[in-house]
Write a protein that binds this ligand. Sequence first.
Ligand SMILES: Nc1ncnc2c1ncn2[C@@H]1O[C@H](COP(=O)(O)OP(=O)(O)OP(=O)(O)O)[C@@H](O)[C@H]1O
Ligand SMILES: [Mg+2]
Length: 251
Amino acid sequence: MATALTKQATKSVSLQGTDLHLAFGPNQVLRGVDITVDAGKTTTVIGPSGSGKSTLLRVLNRLHEPHRGDIVVDGRSVLKDNPDELRQRIGMVFQHFNLFPHRTVAENIALGPRKLRGLSKDAARELAIKQLDAVGLAAKADSRPGNLSGGQQQRVAIARALAMEPQVMFFDEATSALDPELVKGVLALMADLASGGMSMIVVTHEMGFARTVSDNVVFMDHGTVIESGTPEKLFDAPESERLQQFLSQVL
Ligand SMILES: Nc1ncnc2c1ncn2[C@@H]1O[C@H](COP(=O)(O)OP(=O)(O)OP(=O)(O)O)[C@@H](O)[C@H]1O
Ligand SMILES: [Mg+2]
């Protein structure tokens, strides 16, 4: 599994959000957030429920337009580009896999490359099998998603995102909906992807993953970044009382 994932078709790039603001009506959800992921590195976002982590990811790929601030990819602001262009460069994996139940696993993966990258049916199928092989599920190509375990379905969702040859990957609590015994396999796959040089922003409650896989950790609360830095700094020497309190609850 590891070796297949390390051969990446596209180069990873850096991504930076600066001074990002977003409100839903009177609710100020992001209040000047700065976040960076360097090319080929992993930034993890931690923080309590409702702190704005998912919203941050949605702003960074412009599913919501920031009210203020900038988004810079590979050194260039992308706010004036067509948002679809940006979304094609970023692969997203959510808590719920959102696979089409009536299509086979391979069809689920081939769909994006056919529709958005213009691949032929055969080329898209070949790519789907290759990506499935990389996540250890080639044997499931012609199964329906409903016949796979939650962990396998999440690996299919990761393969589907990778088939779009993204330059950055976002994960939003990708393991939160899984049974405990299935979490490890998905985290191992994400760690493989990180060590293979993919740029990743990972929102997670898995503090072990945040500590061992991240290059950089961002702690958010109430729409702001309270502290950020290396995992050693945040986990072993948290400066703010808020982060100390959060860690005492989750560790
Ligand atoms: N589409 C929306 N419309 C209105 N309010 C929203 C919307 N999306 C999020 N919010 C609000 O924004 C705030 C932050 O939500 P968000 O989902 O980003 O938090 P989170 O840190 O991801 O929490 P969790 O850990 O529970 O997933 C919450 O107050 C939420 O109610
Ligand atoms: Mg969330």
